[in-house]
Unconditional design. Structure first.
Length: 260
């Protein structure tokens, strides 16, 4: 199940067309990303994963708005996420840059596809853990980097580097490190904001006005340079997890001292 659909509560056993169309569209985009990367169209592949993330964020909301939440939809969405945010990014990363490690020698070639596998396996573990903990975790936070955010981070990286025309063979080792680190962050216990209750909303049904202004600003920046803006935003989000977790631990250590 995608982290963006954690509030989804199945009510029916039937199959509804509208929300599952969005899920199917997301899965089509993820599958197309794999095909595009095999054909060497890496910018298109990265953009396809971004489209998959957008559609994935809509299926759960459509289901809740129309009252068509089903157990079938939950399971279908989870399988779709494994393809879109686990297998597709891993294969794109391998086809784009990690495969060039083979030129360093057989051992390095194995390291390249192993890095891609680590990413895919961590995404699967992340989704499985999320599915089993969805009813007990704090909705305000994700435990570990969400698979969607991980995919957006790696694909905006591919998109940006490809747009800049950098030699992807020379980026093979940095790409391997990024791939493994992002994969491990997915299965980490670091806390990340889920944005289901934006900071500053104080649990209210609405959101602060400054969030509206920030959203408009982000949309304007995305229109100017989508890959670089996406990479910057998600790089900051990736870094926010360790900082948020550290801040929480420091706050816990200070409480006993204040009481004493």
């Amino acid at each position: 199940m995608s982290d963006s659909s954690s509030n989804r509560k199945p009510r029916h056993r039937g199959i509804y067309l509208l929300p599952n169309l969005f899920t199917t569209g997301a899965m089509f985009a993820g599958f197309y990303a794999i095909i595009a990367s095999i054909d060497g169209h890496f910018t298109e592949a990265a953009m396809a994963v971004v489209v998959a993330a957008v559609l994935d964020g809509m299926d759960g909301r459509v289901a809740r708005m129309t009252g068509t939440q089903t157990e079938f939809g939950v399971q279908y969405d989870s399988l779709s996420d494994l393809l879109n945010f686990g297998l597709a990014p891993a294969l794109v990363l391998y086809s784009w840059s990690l495969s060039h490690l083979k030129t360093w020698g057989p051992a390095w070639g194995k390291f390249g596809w192993t890095a891609a596998f680590v990413y895919a396996a961590c995404a699967a573990l992340r989704l499985a853990r999320f599915n089993t903990q969805v009813a007990v975790v704090d909705k305000r936070y994700f435990q570990g980097l969400s698979s969607t955010a991980a995919a957006m981070t790696t694909m905006s990286y591919v998109w940006t580097m490809d747009r800049l025309g950098l030699d992807r063979a020379q980026l093979a080792m940095p790409t391997a490190v990024i791939t493994i680190v992002i994969g491990l962050l997915m299965v980490s216990r670091l806390r990340y904001f889920s944005f289901k209750s934006p900071p500053g909303s104080d649990g209210q049904s609405g959101i602060p006005f400054w969030w509206v202004i920030a959203t408009v600003l982000v949309l304007v920046l995305l229109a100017i340079d989508p890959p670089k803006v996406l990479l910057s935003l998600f790089a900051l989000y990736v870094l926010s997890g360790p900082l948020l977790t550290l801040w929480g631990r420091l706050a816990l250590r200070r409480r006993p001292r204040r009481k004493g």
